[in-house]
Design a protein around this ligand. Sequence first.
Ligand code: ME8
Length: 520
Amino acid sequence: MEKYYLTTAIDYVNGAPHIGHAYEKILSDIITRHYTQRCDDVYMLTGTDEHGIKIQKTAASKGITPKELCDENSQKFKDAWKALDINYSQFIRTTDEEHEKVVQHIFEKLLEKGDIYKNSYEGLYCTGCECFLNPKDLTEDGLCPDHMKKPEVVKEENYFFKLTKYKDAIIKHIKDHPDFILPEFRANEVLNQLEDIQDISVSRAKSNVQWGIDVLSDPEQSIYVWIDALSNYITALGYDTENASEKFKKYWPCDVHVIGKDILKFHSIYWPAFLMALDLPLPKHIFAHGWITIDESKMSKSLGNVISPTSVLETFNLEYPDAFRYYMASSAPCGRDGNYSDNDFKEKVNAHLANSMGNLLNRTLSMLVKYFDGEVKPEFKAENPLAKKALGTIQIVKNHFDNFEISEAVLAINSLVDMTNKYVQDNAPWTLAKEEKMTECGQVLVNVLDIMCIISALIYPYCPNIAANMAKQLSFDLKTKLDDLTADNIKCGKLIEKEDIKPVFLRVDSELADKSAKKQ
Ligand code: ME8
């Protein structure tokens, strides 16, 4: 694998980030970190989507300019991703000058090509979706099914993109590439939507939408959000219609667009059509994740149950975001909806990260110190009965990541942890020590520690800080590529001093959490 280019959806800045936005960025960061363990050149793009009527209206309601609102909220997204250790390579804002300029060029190129034409139009516009809705998709009461709001009747002259021209080519592409849309069950939904696809509006009258990029040849119109937003994936790399930068040539086509299921249509129909019109290759995969609910309810401002990702870190007094990342990443099977609840969070991370994984390392290192003063003797390196399962788990995890099965990969890692715990119980090194079978005792401990190195590598994308703590205590190089991993990782000689043994994850303490919640 020569390079890996991943993009996330760019978030609307009409509000602050919530844990649904965080879910996507965590999944994306985990995928990116996993591929850094397989490839030297990995690039992750994220950012904010800053134009459109929704932002214009929110700014007006706050009595500030749209740009002020964008600056304020875009920073909140950056801060949240920093707190969550989201290690992106680039953060694009659709108000970046370079992006705006290239979007104008893209629009003009499609206009010249005849793929964009002007027409007068009457339709139902949902500000929440930032798009026109098909009347047949509304609820019985005439509401947008996603936002439960009545769409506005809009009658304007707009520019239209000839989506219908590309319909057959898109259908063929989806059918010829079963892994284009993942999980696969979503591809059928897209094929159904393609059946009655129409040409789409790609501009709005400036008199109605001021907060948008001007059409270069017709400044009375502003470019409508989707052509602006979707183009970020190529403008960020320095693409322009007349020349493609080295960076663009290196990273495009994209390996995966990570997005939520609600915007799959835009990514798997509109975006491929725009790319075809620009004579550019299509992305390899579009991965649509599910939605996160809170205590099984849809997150919404009106229900007052919106949770910010940083508030979870504060409530539970978490030094690192690892536990939250781990919990979110394992909250739903691939592409399905997941749920967040404080209690479930506490239970899961305590059971998996503190009790199973953390304790296993702590106990084993403590025994190595107690019985052998922390030293690994050459005779402790013996055939490891756990090696086959551990090496097999690496392959299983890689296969899961290739299908974006991030929570399924966690299950595979946990099963290796459980098996290693069982090996300790079954072989009872404390009994071997009592019986003075010291070589056997040392072998059991070192077998476990060798596997713990593999576990630290596999858990790294989810829990980078915990993994680093584990690796440090094991003197293991976390930068080892997955394909270079063996089951022989622990070096002979002094491994650790008693005072250097540290729990890698402290249990989330319910009392502590309660106290901190009361403080707020
Ligand atoms: O759609 N659970 O922005 P956005 C999981 N700007 N994911 C969620 C979620 C939830 N509760 N709520 C939102 C947009 N998301 C456009 C994207 S891309 C060129 C333009 C996800 O702020 C949502 O599915 O409404 C989307 O992928 C991302 O957060 C941004 O949503």
